[in-house]
Design a protein around this ligand. Sequence first.
Ligand SMILES: N[C@@H](CCC(=O)N[C@@H](CS)C(=O)NCC(=O)O)C(=O)O
Length: 202
Amino acid sequence: MLKLYGHPLSGNAYKVKLLLAFLGVEYENIDIALEQGEHQQPAFLALNPFAQVPVLVDGDTVLADAQAILVYLARQYGGQKADSWLPLEPLPMAQVMRWLSTTAGEVRQGPESARLYHLFKVSTIDIEQTTKKSTFILQQLEQHLTQREWLACERLTIADIAVFPYIALSRDGQVPLEVYPWVLNWIERIKQQPGFVSMPGL
Ligand SMILES: N[C@@H](CCC(=O)N[C@@H](CS)C(=O)NCC(=O)O)C(=O)O
């Protein structure tokens, strides 16, 4: 059985749990006590030298990084819907990848960092810059979603799953969402999908 190393409040682990739920794939959930530094211990560093959750273990395969894991799961466990979650044709694949990059870039530097500052008290974060970056990416998403229901390919793909958690958790970072009605509609659309699972703060 697949093993997922995560943490109950990790949005990066949650996005993997969400795809696993949509795919109907069973797995063993293993929580790493980040607050006690378990991710800095040799046993975990052997799985991911970056000392971060999530990590997926599938037999002999060990994969770190939420986006990489989403790609793997979509293709390995997507069955007949693998092309729907992550197409392989050049243009639609690039359109999905664009949002996987955006979540590791603009979303992480914006709402994800604002949440680290306010919820987890990471005081080294420049909250002024982070708040500006949060506004930037939310305005971009709002604009993008006035034209379409999903981020890429006119259907739910791993692009939506990768971006969803830290946008939907924005309020944890004191970033208000009320001014972004199209983003709120998109959040609701994802929550209404069959098989949706939640996490604290959503
Ligand atoms: N790029 C990585 C980032 C993962 C990440 O930031 N994980 C956080 C939890 S959400 C973590 O393990 N933090 C522990 C630390 O950095 O000390 C991914 O997408 O999986």
